[in-house]
Design a protein around this ligand. Structure first.
Ligand code: ADE
Ligand code: ZN
Length: 331
Protein backbone atom coordinates (compact mmCIF):
# COMPACT_ATOMS: atom_id res chain seq x y z
CA UNK A 1 0.00 0.00 0.00
CA UNK A 2 1.22 3.50 -0.83
CA UNK A 3 0.60 7.14 0.02
CA UNK A 4 2.20 10.34 -1.18
CA UNK A 5 2.04 13.94 -0.03
CA UNK A 6 4.08 15.68 -2.73
CA UNK A 7 2.98 15.71 -6.38
CA UNK A 8 2.45 18.79 -8.55
CA UNK A 9 -0.71 18.50 -10.62
CA UNK A 10 0.66 19.81 -13.93
CA UNK A 11 3.77 17.75 -13.26
CA UNK A 12 1.59 14.65 -13.28
CA UNK A 13 0.55 15.10 -16.93
CA UNK A 14 1.72 12.13 -18.97
CA UNK A 15 3.29 13.03 -22.34
CA UNK A 16 0.42 11.29 -24.19
CA UNK A 17 -2.13 13.48 -22.40
CA UNK A 18 -0.03 16.62 -23.01
CA UNK A 19 0.11 15.74 -26.71
CA UNK A 20 -3.65 15.23 -26.80
CA UNK A 21 -4.11 18.65 -25.20
CA UNK A 22 -1.63 20.28 -27.59
CA UNK A 23 -3.61 18.92 -30.56
CA UNK A 24 -6.87 20.09 -28.99
CA UNK A 25 -5.56 23.67 -28.78
CA UNK A 26 -3.40 23.67 -31.92
CA UNK A 27 -0.17 24.11 -29.94
CA UNK A 28 3.17 23.04 -31.44
CA UNK A 29 4.47 20.65 -28.77
CA UNK A 30 7.82 20.02 -30.45
CA UNK A 31 9.60 22.69 -28.38
CA UNK A 32 8.99 20.81 -25.12
CA UNK A 33 8.04 17.26 -26.05
CA UNK A 34 9.75 14.73 -28.32
CA UNK A 35 9.39 10.95 -28.58
CA UNK A 36 7.16 10.89 -25.48
CA UNK A 37 9.83 12.68 -23.43
CA UNK A 38 9.67 16.14 -21.97
CA UNK A 39 12.62 18.25 -23.14
CA UNK A 40 14.73 19.93 -20.47
CA UNK A 41 18.27 19.51 -19.24
CA UNK A 42 18.53 21.35 -15.93
CA UNK A 43 16.34 22.76 -13.18
CA UNK A 44 15.72 26.12 -14.89
CA UNK A 45 14.73 24.43 -18.15
CA UNK A 46 12.56 22.00 -16.25
CA UNK A 47 10.58 24.91 -14.75
CA UNK A 48 10.10 26.43 -18.23
CA UNK A 49 8.99 23.07 -19.63
CA UNK A 50 6.61 22.64 -16.69
CA UNK A 51 4.97 26.00 -17.43
CA UNK A 52 4.57 25.10 -21.12
CA UNK A 53 2.84 21.84 -20.24
CA UNK A 54 0.66 23.65 -17.69
CA UNK A 55 -0.49 26.03 -20.44
CA UNK A 56 -2.06 23.07 -22.29
CA UNK A 57 -4.75 22.75 -19.60
CA UNK A 58 -7.21 25.57 -20.18
CA UNK A 59 -10.62 24.64 -18.82
CA UNK A 60 -11.99 23.19 -15.62
CA UNK A 61 -12.80 20.03 -17.60
CA UNK A 62 -9.14 19.76 -18.71
CA UNK A 63 -8.05 19.93 -15.07
CA UNK A 64 -10.72 17.45 -13.98
CA UNK A 65 -9.46 15.01 -16.62
CA UNK A 66 -5.82 15.49 -15.61
CA UNK A 67 -6.57 15.01 -11.91
CA UNK A 68 -8.88 12.03 -12.34
CA UNK A 69 -6.43 10.35 -14.72
CA UNK A 70 -3.52 10.75 -12.31
CA UNK A 71 -5.39 9.64 -9.20
CA UNK A 72 -6.96 6.66 -10.96
CA UNK A 73 -3.49 5.54 -12.01
CA UNK A 74 -2.23 5.95 -8.42
CA UNK A 75 -5.17 3.95 -7.06
CA UNK A 76 -4.40 1.15 -9.54
CA UNK A 77 -0.92 1.01 -7.96
CA UNK A 78 -2.50 0.45 -4.52
CA UNK A 79 -2.25 4.07 -3.35
CA UNK A 80 -4.74 5.12 -0.69
CA UNK A 81 -3.86 8.79 -0.30
CA UNK A 82 -2.41 11.63 -2.37
CA UNK A 83 -1.80 15.31 -1.75
CA UNK A 84 -1.80 17.35 -4.92
CA UNK A 85 0.13 20.61 -5.15
CA UNK A 86 -1.79 23.16 -7.20
CA UNK A 87 -0.91 26.69 -8.19
CA UNK A 88 -3.77 29.18 -8.72
CA UNK A 89 -1.26 31.27 -10.71
CA UNK A 90 -1.27 28.64 -13.42
CA UNK A 91 -5.07 28.91 -13.62
CA UNK A 92 -4.82 32.70 -13.81
CA UNK A 93 -2.06 32.69 -16.40
CA UNK A 94 -4.07 30.61 -18.85
CA UNK A 95 -7.10 32.86 -18.39
CA UNK A 96 -9.11 30.19 -16.60
CA UNK A 97 -9.05 31.86 -13.20
CA UNK A 98 -8.22 30.32 -9.85
CA UNK A 99 -11.82 29.34 -8.96
CA UNK A 100 -12.44 27.32 -12.13
CA UNK A 101 -8.95 25.82 -11.87
CA UNK A 102 -9.64 24.64 -8.31
CA UNK A 103 -13.12 23.45 -9.15
CA UNK A 104 -11.83 21.32 -12.06
CA UNK A 105 -9.19 19.74 -9.82
CA UNK A 106 -11.78 19.14 -7.08
CA UNK A 107 -14.11 17.47 -9.57
CA UNK A 108 -11.26 15.19 -10.67
CA UNK A 109 -10.63 14.26 -7.03
CA UNK A 110 -14.30 13.45 -6.45
CA UNK A 111 -14.55 11.40 -9.64
CA UNK A 112 -11.43 9.40 -8.77
CA UNK A 113 -12.63 8.83 -5.21
CA UNK A 114 -16.05 7.64 -6.44
CA UNK A 115 -14.42 5.23 -8.87
CA UNK A 116 -11.53 3.91 -6.78
CA UNK A 117 -11.86 5.03 -3.16
CA UNK A 118 -8.57 6.99 -3.26
CA UNK A 119 -8.52 9.89 -0.80
CA UNK A 120 -6.86 13.17 -1.84
CA UNK A 121 -6.34 16.72 -0.63
CA UNK A 122 -5.16 19.94 -2.26
CA UNK A 123 -2.13 21.99 -1.23
CA UNK A 124 -2.17 25.47 -2.72
CA UNK A 125 1.28 26.62 -3.71
CA UNK A 126 2.91 29.91 -4.52
CA UNK A 127 5.56 29.81 -7.23
CA UNK A 128 8.71 31.47 -5.95
CA UNK A 129 9.86 32.60 -9.40
CA UNK A 130 6.59 34.52 -9.86
CA UNK A 131 7.72 36.79 -6.99
CA UNK A 132 6.68 37.50 -3.36
CA UNK A 133 3.47 39.35 -4.30
CA UNK A 134 2.15 36.38 -6.22
CA UNK A 135 3.08 33.99 -3.40
CA UNK A 136 1.23 36.23 -0.92
CA UNK A 137 -1.77 36.34 -3.30
CA UNK A 138 -1.74 32.52 -3.45
CA UNK A 139 -1.71 32.37 0.36
CA UNK A 140 -4.58 34.86 0.53
CA UNK A 141 -6.49 32.77 -1.96
CA UNK A 142 -5.91 29.57 0.03
CA UNK A 143 -6.80 31.30 3.30
CA UNK A 144 -10.11 32.55 1.88
CA UNK A 145 -11.00 29.29 0.16
CA UNK A 146 -14.06 27.49 1.47
CA UNK A 147 -13.17 24.36 -0.48
CA UNK A 148 -12.85 21.59 2.14
CA UNK A 149 -10.25 19.80 0.01
CA UNK A 150 -7.81 22.72 0.39
CA UNK A 151 -5.88 21.87 3.53
CA UNK A 152 -2.31 23.11 3.05
CA UNK A 153 0.00 25.77 1.68
CA UNK A 154 3.38 25.35 -0.01
CA UNK A 155 5.96 27.31 -1.98
CA UNK A 156 7.56 25.71 -5.03
CA UNK A 157 9.51 27.05 -8.00
CA UNK A 158 12.97 28.55 -8.34
CA UNK A 159 14.58 28.05 -4.94
CA UNK A 160 17.51 30.29 -5.89
CA UNK A 161 15.24 33.31 -6.19
CA UNK A 162 15.30 35.53 -3.09
CA UNK A 163 15.45 34.26 0.47
CA UNK A 164 12.70 32.61 2.52
CA UNK A 165 12.37 35.87 4.50
CA UNK A 166 10.98 37.56 1.38
CA UNK A 167 8.09 35.09 1.39
CA UNK A 168 7.51 34.62 5.13
CA UNK A 169 4.42 36.82 5.15
CA UNK A 170 2.62 34.38 2.82
CA UNK A 171 3.18 31.60 5.34
CA UNK A 172 1.93 33.80 8.21
CA UNK A 173 -1.34 34.26 6.28
CA UNK A 174 -1.67 30.54 5.62
CA UNK A 175 -0.80 29.63 9.24
CA UNK A 176 -3.36 32.10 10.60
CA UNK A 177 -5.97 30.47 8.37
CA UNK A 178 -5.23 27.07 9.95
CA UNK A 179 -3.66 25.54 6.84
CA UNK A 180 -0.90 22.94 7.09
CA UNK A 181 2.49 24.32 6.05
CA UNK A 182 5.17 22.82 3.85
CA UNK A 183 7.84 24.47 1.72
CA UNK A 184 10.31 23.41 -0.98
CA UNK A 185 13.80 23.79 0.49
CA UNK A 186 17.11 21.96 0.46
CA UNK A 187 16.52 20.69 -3.07
CA UNK A 188 18.50 23.04 -5.32
CA UNK A 189 19.93 25.16 -2.49
CA UNK A 190 22.01 23.92 0.41
CA UNK A 191 21.28 23.51 4.14
CA UNK A 192 20.85 27.28 4.68
CA UNK A 193 17.53 27.10 2.84
CA UNK A 194 16.25 24.43 5.24
CA UNK A 195 17.46 26.46 8.23
CA UNK A 196 15.67 29.53 6.85
CA UNK A 197 12.50 27.47 6.39
CA UNK A 198 12.62 26.14 9.97
CA UNK A 199 13.38 29.59 11.45
CA UNK A 200 10.92 31.65 9.44
CA UNK A 201 8.10 29.32 8.36
CA UNK A 202 8.11 26.65 11.11
CA UNK A 203 6.53 24.06 8.78
CA UNK A 204 5.56 20.56 9.89
CA UNK A 205 6.99 19.26 6.60
CA UNK A 206 9.59 20.24 4.03
CA UNK A 207 9.46 19.44 0.31
CA UNK A 208 12.72 17.57 -0.43
CA UNK A 209 14.98 18.96 2.33
CA UNK A 210 17.53 16.33 1.36
CA UNK A 211 20.48 18.72 1.20
CA UNK A 212 20.16 19.14 4.97
CA UNK A 213 22.47 16.10 4.98
CA UNK A 214 25.36 18.53 4.32
CA UNK A 215 24.97 19.84 7.90
CA UNK A 216 24.62 17.15 10.58
CA UNK A 217 23.57 19.69 13.25
CA UNK A 218 20.67 20.61 11.01
CA UNK A 219 19.84 16.91 10.53
CA UNK A 220 19.72 16.56 14.34
CA UNK A 221 17.44 19.61 14.52
CA UNK A 222 15.06 18.09 11.94
CA UNK A 223 15.03 14.82 13.90
CA UNK A 224 14.33 16.65 17.20
CA UNK A 225 11.54 18.72 15.70
CA UNK A 226 9.98 15.70 13.97
CA UNK A 227 9.81 17.65 10.71
CA UNK A 228 8.78 15.31 7.90
CA UNK A 229 10.81 15.41 4.69
CA UNK A 230 8.80 14.74 1.55
CA UNK A 231 11.60 12.94 -0.25
CA UNK A 232 11.46 12.44 -4.03
CA UNK A 233 14.51 10.33 -4.96
CA UNK A 234 13.70 9.93 -8.68
CA UNK A 235 13.25 13.70 -9.03
CA UNK A 236 16.56 14.36 -7.25
CA UNK A 237 18.47 12.00 -9.51
CA UNK A 238 16.73 13.27 -12.69
CA UNK A 239 17.54 16.88 -11.72
CA UNK A 240 21.11 15.83 -10.89
CA UNK A 241 20.96 16.86 -7.25
CA UNK A 242 22.63 13.44 -6.81
CA UNK A 243 24.40 11.44 -9.52
CA UNK A 244 22.55 8.19 -8.72
CA UNK A 245 20.48 6.43 -6.07
CA UNK A 246 23.57 5.10 -4.30
CA UNK A 247 24.55 8.67 -3.47
CA UNK A 248 21.05 9.71 -2.41
CA UNK A 249 20.88 10.57 1.33
CA UNK A 250 17.46 9.02 2.08
CA UNK A 251 18.91 6.18 4.13
CA UNK A 252 21.32 8.42 6.05
CA UNK A 253 18.52 10.85 6.89
CA UNK A 254 16.28 8.02 8.09
CA UNK A 255 19.07 6.47 10.15
CA UNK A 256 19.71 9.85 11.78
CA UNK A 257 16.11 9.79 13.00
CA UNK A 258 14.57 12.18 10.48
CA UNK A 259 10.98 11.35 9.53
CA UNK A 260 10.88 10.70 5.78
CA UNK A 261 8.42 9.48 3.17
CA UNK A 262 8.46 8.65 -0.56
CA UNK A 263 6.96 10.90 -3.23
CA UNK A 264 6.91 11.30 -7.02
CA UNK A 265 7.07 15.15 -7.42
CA UNK A 266 6.47 15.46 -11.21
CA UNK A 267 6.52 11.81 -12.24
CA UNK A 268 6.50 11.80 -16.08
CA UNK A 269 8.94 14.73 -16.22
CA UNK A 270 11.40 12.57 -14.31
CA UNK A 271 10.39 9.31 -16.05
CA UNK A 272 9.18 7.95 -12.75
CA UNK A 273 5.99 7.07 -10.88
CA UNK A 274 5.14 6.55 -7.23
CA UNK A 275 5.27 2.83 -7.94
CA UNK A 276 8.83 3.18 -9.28
CA UNK A 277 9.88 5.27 -6.25
CA UNK A 278 8.72 2.46 -3.98
CA UNK A 279 10.45 -0.14 -6.15
CA UNK A 280 13.73 1.81 -6.11
CA UNK A 281 13.53 2.19 -2.33
CA UNK A 282 13.22 -1.58 -2.01
CA UNK A 283 15.43 -2.89 -4.80
CA UNK A 284 18.13 -0.22 -5.17
CA UNK A 285 18.24 1.46 -1.76
CA UNK A 286 17.64 -1.79 0.11
CA UNK A 287 14.82 -0.72 2.42
CA UNK A 288 12.89 -3.60 3.97
CA UNK A 289 9.11 -4.03 3.59
CA UNK A 290 8.71 -2.88 7.18
CA UNK A 291 10.82 0.24 6.60
CA UNK A 292 8.83 1.11 3.48
CA UNK A 293 5.52 0.59 5.25
CA UNK A 294 6.93 2.85 7.97
CA UNK A 295 7.54 5.58 5.39
CA UNK A 296 3.97 5.21 4.07
CA UNK A 297 2.76 5.52 7.66
CA UNK A 298 4.84 8.69 8.07
CA UNK A 299 3.16 10.18 4.97
CA UNK A 300 -0.28 9.50 6.45
CA UNK A 301 0.75 10.74 9.91
CA UNK A 302 1.98 13.98 8.32
CA UNK A 303 -0.95 14.36 5.91
CA UNK A 304 -3.00 17.53 6.04
CA UNK A 305 -6.29 15.75 6.78
CA UNK A 306 -8.86 15.69 9.56
CA UNK A 307 -8.23 13.13 12.31
CA UNK A 308 -11.10 10.81 11.28
CA UNK A 309 -9.68 10.47 7.79
CA UNK A 310 -6.17 9.94 9.17
CA UNK A 311 -7.40 7.17 11.51
CA UNK A 312 -9.23 5.47 8.66
CA UNK A 313 -6.15 5.62 6.41
CA UNK A 314 -3.89 4.31 9.17
CA UNK A 315 -6.32 1.46 9.82
CA UNK A 316 -6.27 0.58 6.11
CA UNK A 317 -2.49 0.57 6.17
CA UNK A 318 -2.25 -1.52 9.33
CA UNK A 319 -4.86 -3.94 7.99
CA UNK A 320 -2.91 -4.48 4.76
CA UNK A 321 0.40 -4.93 6.60
CA UNK A 322 -1.13 -7.46 9.01
CA UNK A 323 -2.78 -9.39 6.21
CA UNK A 324 0.24 -9.76 4.01
CA UNK A 325 3.47 -8.53 5.54
CA UNK A 326 5.51 -9.43 2.47
CA UNK A 327 3.21 -7.81 -0.02
CA UNK A 328 2.01 -4.77 1.87
CA UNK A 329 3.59 -2.37 -0.62
CA UNK A 330 2.90 -4.21 -3.86
CA UNK A 331 0.32 -3.13 -6.39
N1 ADE B 1 7.64 22.70 -9.29
C1 ADE B 1 7.39 21.49 -9.80
N2 ADE B 1 8.34 20.61 -9.41
C2 ADE B 1 9.22 21.29 -8.64
C3 ADE B 1 10.40 20.95 -7.94
N3 ADE B 1 10.91 19.71 -7.95
N4 ADE B 1 11.04 21.91 -7.26
C4 ADE B 1 10.57 23.16 -7.24
N5 ADE B 1 9.45 23.53 -7.87
C5 ADE B 1 8.78 22.61 -8.56
ZN1 ZN C 1 7.95 19.56 -5.72
Amino acid sequence: MKAEIHCHIEGAAAPALALQQARKYGVDASTFLSDSRYLWSDFSEFLVCYDRVAALFRTDADYALLTETYLTELAAANTIYSEIIVSPDHGDRIGLGADAYLSGISEGIHNARDKTGIEARIIVTGERHFGPDSVIAAADYAARSSNPLVTGFNMAGEERMGRVADYARAFDIARDAGLGLTIHAGEVCGPFSVTDALDLVRPSRIGHGVRAIEDMDLVARLADLGTVLEVCPGSNVALQVYPDFDHHPLRRLKEAGVRVCLNSDDPPFFRTSLEREYRIAAEVMGFSEAEITGMTRTAVEAAFVDEDTRSRLLAQLDGAAALSPNQANSA
